[in-house]
Design a protein around this ligand. Structure first.
Ligand code: ADP
Ligand code: ASP
Ligand code: MG
Length: 415
């Protein structure tokens, strides 16, 4: 008998029929003798719908009240799933994040989990009940409802698994595992049997939204056995593991991409110490994270800077940059949001040279111009024009021979 924490994402609980399907799956695990704590997301589209409602009454709605609103999506699903389980003769109890006491900090809209109380959960499990917990939400020390950022139900599940020392944390979604790249963009992407925490963390950070970044961090830190599986297709899924010698020594594990970037450039600034700080500092002071930074080789005592930020922060970053540029008597400030980032990820890069040149060759062959480049030990990222994104991902997938045999191709449940 095992203690398993399962998480079902929005598409998996997107209709009442799907909720019933999930209930039958859970019942089968119970019949097998496993103890289950189940985390659910809001029904697919619901969180976006709530965000649109908020936007309609306040164009920049954020903070406490937004969390009161957004947390309702998950509350609907926990109740429906518990009812569906009861109907199957499988006793279940639903809890909101606040009821089960998932204590977070007070950073509304992107709160971090601090502690989780186990007594209630253990009590229910002891009575043979399935515990159904609302994902994506918690409560701060003052009793305010908080949410954990988009995709946060993954983190709820991993945090519960860590707290309860569960035997496994299973993330059920609409694809049957982690693929070499988003299978919706490259149809012959291959499912990976395993991927390391490190690689998964990079993939998530660089745009693959199959797991929320925080959930991977948590799982790595607390050593939670984590698996991504399909709600609709039977199969082993993908295990997220620590690196071991037997892992297939692929150079590249996957390709991640993101459209969430905006690029800002300031030209003709003095090429002397302290200028980089004035420019980047002006943006950081607004609490905006800067991603890639490039400074050109100076000429005539002047130089140019280009950097990227999350697209949501672009307008504010631009305002900050304009002010700094004025102070520095810069020649020009310009920006572009029609860009995208494509990244190759793989622990195999550590021990192999030539990956960057192969990447640039493949992009060059397709006529894709590279605007910025950044590398770290296990990843290479490039910024390109957004219109070339899918072409670039496919070209790289081919160049690095990541495609899988046809029988492993995704059979999508998303309609
Ligand atoms: P859920 O609602 O279950 O949380 P998400 O939409 O958040 O599901 O995450 C699953 C989606 O992640 C898939 O439908 C797929 O399009 C996307 N995705 C992006 N990159 C990958 C990848 N490398 N492997 C698998 N899925 C990926
Ligand atoms: N419902 C939330 C979202 O759509 C949380 C989640 O699904 O993980 O982002
Ligand atoms: Mg998700």
């Amino acid at each position: 008998m095992a203690l398993i924490v399962q998480k079902y994402g929005g598409t998996s609980v997107g209709t009442t029929e799907r909720i019933e399907h999930v209930a039958r799956k859970i019942k089968a695990f119970r019949d097998n003798g496993d103890d289950l704590v189940v985390v659910v997301s809001a029904m697919s589209g619901e969180t976006n719908r709530l965000l649109e409602l908020a936007e309609a009454v306040h164009p920049h709605a954020r903070g406490r009240e937004l969390d009161v609103l957004l947390s309702t999506g998950e509350q609907v699903t926990i109740a429906l799933l518990s009812m569906a389980l009861a109907r199957l003769g499988c006793p279940a109890r639903s809890y909101t994040g606040s009821q089960v006491h998932i204590l977070t900090d007070s950073e509304f809209n992107k709160a971090r989990i601090r502690t989780i109380e186990q007594d209630r959960i253990r009590g229910d499990l002891g009575k043979g009940r399935v515990v159904v917990v609302a994902g994506f939400q918690g409560v701060d020390e003052h009793g305010n409802i908080t949410t954990l950022g988009r995709g946060g139900s993954d983190t709820t599940a991993v945090a519960l698994a860590a707290a309860l020392k569960a035997d496994e944390c299973q993330i059920y979604t609409d694809v049957d595992g982690v693929y070499t790249t988003d299978p919706r963009v490259v149809s012959d992407a291959r499912r990976l049997d395993r991927i390391t925490f490190e690689e998964m963390l990079e993939m998530a950070s660089l745009g693959s939204k199959v797991l929320q970044i925080r959930s991977v961090e948590f799982a790595g830190k607390y050593n939670v056995p984590l698996r991504v599986l399909s709600t609709f297709i039977e199969g082993p899924g993908t295990l997220i593991t620590f690196e071991d010698e037997n892992m297939e020594d692929a150079l590249i594990s996957g390709i991640a991409f993101s459209r969430d970037e905006g690029q800002l450039t300031v030209t003709g600034v003095p090429d002397h110490p302290g200028v980089a700080y004035k420019i980047i500092g002006a943006v950081s002071a607004l609490n905006i994270e800067v991603d890639m930074i490039v400074q050109n080789v100076g000429a005539d005592g002047l130089t140019d800077f280009t950097f990227t930020v999350h697209r949501n922060d672009y307008e504010r970053a631009m305002e900050g940059l304009r002010e700094a540029a004025n102070e520095l008597n810069a020649r020009e400030v310009r920006g572009d949001t029609r860009i995208a980032k494509v990244s190759l990820v793989g622990v195999g890069m550590r021990s192999h040279a030539g990956i960057a040149s192969k990447m640039f060759e493949a992009l060059g062959r397709e006529g894709v111009n590279i605007l910025m480049i950044s590398t770290s030990e296990i990843k290479i990222s490039v910024i390109i024009q957004e219109k070339y994104l899918e072409l670039a991902v496919r070209a790289l997938h081919d160049a690095f021979e990541l495609a899988g045999p046809p029988e492993e191709r995704i059979d999508s449940a998303r309609t």
